[in-house]
Design a protein around this ligand. Structure first.
Ligand code: SAM
Length: 276
């Protein structure tokens, strides 16, 4: 896959290659909690063929396999796909490197499909949804998980507060920084419209809550660069980075103490079936 400098860091699978271990350790337990609820919404998976698009390090693939599914996992990052294979052991999971924007899938093949914080990252998720629709058997279900309610995503709001404390905002016109791709479908109407355009009209939108856990505020502050977007944000702080990490930890310790910490997060899952 060629590099495209206009993409946001989280939209570049080559950058995800550098974050396999950190993502799996720090963040995947949270995304797994959402993926588990999305799998619930897809119904019983015993014996089902399930497609996982933008599968990351394989957390959801392992959950689906544990429910009896045969999983085909796809990710654009070669190291993510390799990690899935490594974790699959003897389970019925295959993993391959592919661009979700140009999926080449057999028609009428899968009973269910999942994309957890995955295709919503793509510059245009519609072709991926249409490819998933063609690959599902009639009646097969799809679950698409996306971020929502940025204010209720405590990790992001706490990082923002720490940055603002170290670098108070300069008064003036609002920043021209673009919306993170993963927030384009935060509103249920936007997610429903995306699903409809991708061939899944009338998707049900469910609101999910889960918590990001860490052993301590200091450990989480040390591990904040677990994904390309956050890595770029932290690197962009330059000499202020240690002060921002220290402020993040200080404020979280002030609220939750020196031991385990837990930050709330909200996601939406759109669930639909292929009709005929
Ligand atoms: C936020 S992670 C989500 C991983 C996993 N689904 C989860 O919920 O933990 C996004 C994943 O999408 C992958 N990705 C990003 N753009 C992609 C593309 N164009 N094609 C395939 N995978 C892509 C990245 O490599 C990364 O593994």
């Amino acid at each position: 896959m060629t590099r495209d400098e206009t993409r946001q860091p989280d939209q570049d699978p080559a950058l995800w290659d550098r974050h396999v271990a950190g993502y799996e350790a720090v963040f995947e337990p949270l995304t797994d909690a959402f993926a588990a609820r999305a799998l619930d919404a897809l119904g019983p998976l015993e014996g089902a063929r399930l497609l996982d698009v933008c599968a990351g390090a394989g957390g959801a693939a392992l959950l689906a396999a544990a429910r009896g599914a045969e999983v085909r996992a796809v990710d654009g990052s070669p190291r993510m796909a390799a990690r899935i294979r490594e974790r699959a052991g003897g389970r019925r999971i295959t993993a391959e490197v592919a661009d979700a924007a140009a999926l080449d899938l057999p028609p009428d093949r899968y009973d269910a499909a999942l994309s957890c914080f995955g295709i919503v990252l793509l510059p245009d998720p519609v072709p991926a949804l249409r490819a998933i629709r063609r690959a599902l058997v009639p009646g097969g279900g799809v679950a698409v998980v996306t971020w929502t309610e940025p204010r209720a995503y405590e990790l992001a709001s706490r990082i923002g507060a720490a940055v603002a404390a170290v670098r108070p905002p300069v008064p003036g016109p609002p920043s021209s920084g673009s919306l993170p791709a993963q927030l384009r479908y935060a509103e249920p109407a936007a997610l429903s419209a995306l699903m409809a355009e991708g061939g899944f009209p009338g998707a049900a939108i469910l609101r999910l809550e889960a918590r990001l856990e860490a052993a301590s505020a200091r450990e989480l502050a040390r591990d904040l660069a677990f994904a390309p977007g956050l890595d770029a944000l932290m690197a962009g702080l330059g000499a202020d980075r240690p002060a921002v990490e220290a402020e993040f930890a200080r404020a979280l310790e002030a609220d939750q103490g020196l031991g385990r910490v837990s930050l709330g997060a909200v996601a939406h899952v759109a669930v639909a079936r292929r009709t005929a």
